[in-house]
Design a protein around this ligand. Sequence first.
Ligand SMILES: C[S@@+](CC[C@H](N)C(=O)[O-])C[C@H]1O[C@@H](n2cnc3c(N)ncnc32)[C@H](O)[C@@H]1O
Length: 305
Amino acid sequence: MKIKARPFLKWAGGKTQLIPELISRFPKTIIKSKKINRYIEPFVGAGALFFYVRNNFSVKRSFLFDSNKELILAYKTIQKTPYKVITELEKLEREYLKKHEAGRAKKYYEMRASYNIQRDTVNYEKYSYRWVKRTAWMIFLNRTCFNGLFRLNSKGGFNVPQGRYKNPTICDRDNINAVSKALRDTEIFCDDFTACKKYATKGSLVYFDPPYRPLNGTSSFTAYTEDGFTDDDQKRLALLYRDLSKRKKVHLILSNSDPKNIIPTDTFFDDLYKKFTIERATAIRIINCQSTKRGAVKELIITNR
Ligand SMILES: C[S@@+](CC[C@H](N)C(=O)[O-])C[C@H]1O[C@@H](n2cnc3c(N)ncnc32)[C@H](O)[C@@H]1O
């Protein structure tokens, strides 16, 4: 039985629950033929939609971008040497799971410190065995940290506290292998989203999932990278969207939080994308990160149909 690839990291803003809404807005020709010539994600994150698409459509080539260099390093390493990542991660898993509470906490904070210290000596441009270790460490921290967040502080350090899971799956060997296979025929870039411009040629399907515009003053989770994502970045993105929409047969889908959830008169995205089809879908999200309150909110889905 073929194992279906799933995101190998838990990622803030992951789009698993929005997949049916997104797929239903794919061009009819693609839904019918189940074929995509070029699939492009300029903000790939954990890639929920990318993996779904790879499992369910025949995709000729894919192009993935994200400005988070740790994430991209992990993607490239799993693409190239999944078996080495599995070996490292299984070692960590064995070591961690055999410890009791205090031992696990000690291990977690040691790993977190090593991960942050190593950052200054990693060559992010050139693959080496360090990439393998770093990828395993990143997955380990993601699986054992509080809420599976990957949050960086202003200095670029990973600063999430330990999570108390009894029996976390740290190494999902089958999935890492499936992810590596899904990443065949895929080019992966650590870059700003605008870099996708030169790849969005005729027959491309581009899915934009930028960091959320904060729903209110306290729930701002835009710090995936050291530099956040501002309203000016949202405007840069809208410019790119308009630009690409002028190209022949380039299909664009963009999702974002709907500011009207909080301020009914906030027309920020309605104004930016007024020439396009703007629809609203329901999602369940943490609506206030200070508490962990979940609730139904509207997500915007914008297409150039
Ligand atoms: C909402 S998340 C994407 C989540 C993804 N769709 C998923 O299912 O996991 C947004 C992503 O944009 C990335 N990002 C932030 N600023 C960026 C930029 N200027 N260019 C490209 N990626 C950026 C973040 O690192 C983050 O991974």
